[in-house]
Design a protein around this ligand. Sequence first.
Ligand code: ADP
Ligand code: F6P
Length: 351
Amino acid sequence: MKRIGVLTSGGDAPGMNAALRAVVRTAMHYDMSVVGIKRGYNGVLMKSENPSDDYIELTRSSVAEIVHRGGTMLMTARCLEFKQRENQIKAIENLRSIGVEGLVAIGGDGTFAGAAKLTELGFPTVGIPGTIDNDLPFTDFTLGFDTALNTICEAVNHIRETNTSHERASLVEVMGRNCGDLATYAGLACGAEMVMIPEAPWSIAGAVEKLRVARTKGKTNAILVVAEGAWESMQPFDIKAFCDQFGLPSYFAEGEMNTQKLCVVLEKLSGQETRATVLGYIQRGGSPSANDRLLGCRMGERAVDLLRNNIGGRVIGIHNNAIIDVPIEEIKGKRRQANPEFMDLMNVLSL
Ligand code: ADP
Ligand code: F6P
């Protein structure tokens, strides 16, 4: 294969730029050319009036000065139309019309579902995991996770100082729709009292008990880390009875549980002043950590190595610090499990 495309899709993640640079420079090393596709799978549909809004030729110098930058120079987006087969066929025709023979798709499991479809239709595509959530089962780490983890630790350091000064507890919401890795790793690294994640059942009574025990042990502040998707594993809680008990208006019981509401519940039930901080996009941006840059370099190189040998339908990962690639269809429908060692350690170290 002499000419390949590369795109970033789904949520951005620090390290995507390092991977783009590695893809381009590895390809150049082997005398291949590279087309950068803009805005995820939108770019391959080539609907813009001006082709350079959809794709650009990438050279060694077009990827200069990006290894240390967060985000993605190719931009990223969701493209729901790409789920339709006729659009996938159109995408392949479009790519072939500009001489592109294979594609590197950097993103999460949705992006890989698209890559699997292209491969099935005869267009070799390789996936690189780029998502801060670390929610993919076949790899120890995804691009962006390490940076986001460090950002969370930095934020919790700040929160802890205010907590200590005011003798308060804090509930800190981190990203992770289906995966509690950010919460678990951050909980351990920040010395949190508890983590709440989607993969393991937890209860409000348990959280109140943690706060109580913390106080009896002389702690004047506490950090509870909650993954944004943790609500699916929360044990039933009678919020109406809670409203009656504390004289709260009935609208408080309406809608789904969320971090702000949980904060009110914990404060009332524990008697400890509690604040909620939702870290949000703070976690997605920022200069990639050295580990994410290295991961981008190594994964980008492997992706090109596969395509130059006409191998598609694989996703790149890292396991025991070795770069691996596995068949894309092997990961379909599989969910990453919580790290049991980390969960146990959390219980041992937290109080
Ligand atoms: P992520 O890649 O981070 O999981 P999404 O789930 O939003 O992010 O998926 C990113 C994009 O991948 C979607 O907007 C769509 O273009 C493509 N995609 C997702 N699922 C499929 C699918 N089943 N078939 C084809 N393309 C898909
Ligand atoms: O990158 C993954 C993720 O951060 C999820 O944890 C979160 O739910 C989602 O992206 C939000 O992304 P967006 O605001 O781009 O839809």
